[in-house]
Write a protein of this length. Structure first.
Length: 402
């Protein structure tokens, strides 16, 4: 088409999300999907939401069905400020919180207001490609920081920040998922959290702390978030309600310094003007009635069984040459194939057998991870989970045998 030549450079450079492409396959009824990090529909609080929706429409339809402010409902932000203090251990005012259309928008707004073309943005090796893509879209120079079993390695962050400066790229933004990381499931321990913040302060970087899985801890309570440890007002904290409430409402919160939030509010006014007003009223009542904390406990009990099931199936079906993590929370198992084997080759064979997952290379900004795959156990029912792992185990044995 003639109009194609008018595309902006950033549009031409944009890459489709690997998971979105694979999830198109997963929509087919005969496909067993371990691809999307989606919550199970079995966990949705249907009856509670039905009750609240009726009440909202009976009591305040003229508010719930109207446009809202770009910041989000003040009543919800006040309630969430109290909830964050009780649950995550840090104080913030309602003016330090905005409601976003999922954490994805929060990540995008951080990239939009902080990054100039050529600025260095640091992400995990591997890391969630939503964070990678947002930074890339605004011209960042992406720098991968290695992870080990305890998440991001502070000394490696230090080395790469120093090298970026030598190369003329200003260290500007660190994107990190410290709790049950996507895709590795790693948890950053307390001493590392402090060292990472020290490095960010030394190089004057903003820290974007993405925390969608924090409430899905299976063994004890998570460490304090970076936001609670921040003494330098440089952390922007993202907390999604997609995993512990209803993803269809697309509600998340962003908390940070007041002037940072104000700039993000201005930036979002030219995107979607305001978040889902009706959904906010439903979430507000859900929170005020104490349903949210109860839902989190129900979800923990539900997903720990899913985690245990997939680990048992992997032990039973995968060849000994293949290794994987044993996550203490979240939705994912990260699998390492033998050196020289390709996660993409396994995916191609799996798709032909009606099984999908995400090849791990999609999470690496340095071209690595070719022998890794991410398996999500959150959405598949027990029968589909078993069938998928049996198929993958058979394919892996065939590939190893050659």
């Amino acid at each position: 088409m003639a109009i194609n030549k008018l595309f902006a450079r950033r549009a031409l450079k944009a890459q489709p999300s690997a998971i979105r492409e694979i999830c198109k396959l997963a929509a087919k009824t005969d496909v067993k999907s371990l691809a999307g990090g989606w919550p199970s529909g079995d966990t949705f609080p249907v009856e509670e939401v039905k009750q609240i929706v009726r009440n909202v429409l009976d009591e305040k339809p003229e508010l719930a069905l109207q446009y809202g402010t770009s910041e989000g409902l003040v009543e919800l932000r006040l309630a969430l400020a109290e909830w964050l203090q009780n649950r995550d251990g840090f104080e913030c005012s309602s003016d330090q919180i905005m409601i976003t259309s999922g954490s994805t928008q929060g990540i995008e707004l951080c990239a939009k207001v902080f990054l100039e073309p050529g600025d260095a943005a640091f992400v995990g090796l591997p890391s969630y490609f939503g964070g990678i893509g947002a930074c890339q879209a605004f011209g960042a120079h992406l720098v991968g920081v290695p992870l080990d079993l305890d998440g991001m390695v502070p000394n490696e962050l230090e080395k790469r920040a120093a090298f970026a400066m030598e190369q003329g790229h200003r260290p500007k933004l660190l994107y990190i998922i410290p709790d049950y990381q996507n895709p590795t499931g790693a948890v950053v321990p307390l001493d590392r959290r402090r060292k990472i913040l020290e490095t960010a302060s030394r190089y004057d970087m903003v820290v974007v702390e993405d925390s969608p899985y924090r409430d899905l801890s299976f063994e004890g309570e998570p460490f304090p978030p970076l936001m609670a440890l921040d003494r330098d007002s440089r952390v922007v904290f993202l907390r999604s309600f997609s995993k512990n409430f209803c993803p269809g409402f697309r509600l998340s919160l962003l908390a940070g310094p007041e002037d940072v939030v104000r700039n993000m509010v201005i930036a979002r006014q030219f995107e979607d003007a305001c978040p889902d007003v009706f959904g906010q009223h439903v979430l507000l009542d859900f929170l005020k009635k104490g349903f949210l904390d109860k839902q989190i406990e129900k979800n923990r009990a539900y997903y720990i069984k899913k985690r245990d099931r997939i680990l048992d199936l992997l032990d039973e079906n995968f060849p000994k040459q293949v290794t994987w993590n044993r996550p203490k929370g979240g939705f994912f198992v990260f699998v390492h194939l033998p050196e020289g084997m390709s996660g993409m080759d396994l995916l191609d064979k799996a798709v032909k057998n009606n099984v999908t997952f995400v090849a791990g290379s999609a999470f690496f900004v340095d071209g690595g991870g070719t022998n890794t795959v991410r398996l999500s156990y959150s959405e598949a029912d027990d029968e589909s989970l078993e069938q998928a792992i049996v198929v993958l185990g058979r394919l892996l044995k065939e590939m190893i045998k050659g």
